[in-house]
Write a protein that binds this ligand. Structure first.
Ligand SMILES: Cc1ncc(COP(=O)(O)O)c(C=O)c1O
Length: 288
């Protein structure tokens, strides 16, 4: 709806592959913008594609790195969108699961110029097969947005919407989130402790305040793709972070999901994974 074929769009590098694929379906030209410890390098975006039509970002928990977009960068991004007449799509895909600290204000709440489209999902808070999400859309786009949705599939099933609405109204949703948050935090900590204990010298763990995965950085020279393949042989599914890069230098790290596994499952699996990491590193050093 926002894009004309050939429009340039900022995407995070590394970033979420399905967002990129959707943009490619719309025949957008992807402009990778690197991510550092403060999130998207807005200055690099401005230097390389100042007239881009839109920026697609995950500010509260960058996918896949987990970094939070700093307040200075949030303000710079909004200032850019206003000045360039661009739009920002704020993908807040895991905001319900916050374990400590307060979140920074959403771009959508900071923006007074109607440049931000905020999108969220019940994929993680409830379940992926539900296919219900939500968006906060600038007034000026609303009619077009509703018309486009009508053309795609009209609407999500009204029965599901009604059930979810009642689930929320009666307080079950809030209770569910509170319960899952405690559980996920315990699972996050179990994973981080077990991995540090068994592979402490070979990984550096970023403990996230939010979300359902943590990032374990590997030592220089160890291939995350090889660890991913070796782990799979031992029935452990990890994602190599280097897959998610376009142009920025690839960093070898593992994305490790911790939600949905009790600590008694996580701990032995983390020990097996630690063994895989250590062995892969040692084999790579021997070969060269
Ligand atoms: C970065 C990011 N955005 C969005 C989503 C949600 O997608 P959907 O609600 O279409 O399942 C996910 C899901 O994993 C995600 O990781």
């Amino acid at each position: 709806m926002l894009l004309t074929p050939g429009d340039r769009v900022w995407v995070e590098d590394p970033g979420y592959f399905l967002t990129r694929r959707q943009l490619m379906l719309a025949n957008a030209v992807l402009q990778p913008v690197p991510v550092d410890a403060e999130g998207l390098r807005v200055d690099v975006g401005i230097a390389t594609a100042p007239r881009a039509r839109a920026a697609f970002v995950t500010p509260s928990h960058q996918f896949p790195t987990g970094v939070v977009l700093s307040m200075a960068r949030r303000l710079a991004l909004i200032a850019w969108a206003r000045q360039a007449g661009g739009f920002i799509v704020e993908d807040d895909y895991a905001s319900e699961f916050r374990y400590s600290g307060r979140p920074l204000a959403a771009l959508q709440g900071l923006d007074e110029g109607e440049r931000v489209i905020y999108v969220g999902t019940l994929n993680k808070a409830l379940f992926p097969g539900l296919r219900i999400g939500y968006a906060v859309v600038p007034e000026a786009l609303l009619q077009a947005y509703v018309a486009a949705r009508y053309l795609i599939d009209r609407q999500p099933p009204s029965l599901h919407q009604a059930v979810v609405a009642e689930f929320m109204r009666e307080g079950y949703f809030a209770a569910h989130i509170r319960r899952m948050r405690l559980m996920y935090r315990e699972q996050r900590d179990a994973l981080a402790h077990a991995l540090a204990r068994h592979a402490g010298g070979d990984v550096r763990i970023d403990l996230p305040d939010q979300g359902m995965h943590l990032v374990a950085h590997l030592r220089a020279g160890v291939s995350d793709l090889e660890v991913e393949a070796a782990a799979r042989e031992r029935d452990i599914v990890v994602r190599a972070m280097s897959r998610f890069y376009l142009a920025a230098p690839r960093r070898a790290a593992l994305m490790l999901g911790f939600s949905g596994f009790p600590p008694q499952v996580i701990k032995p699996a983390a020990a097996r994974l630690a063994h895989v990491i250590t062995r892969t590193g040692a084999a790579e050093r021997r070969s060269g």
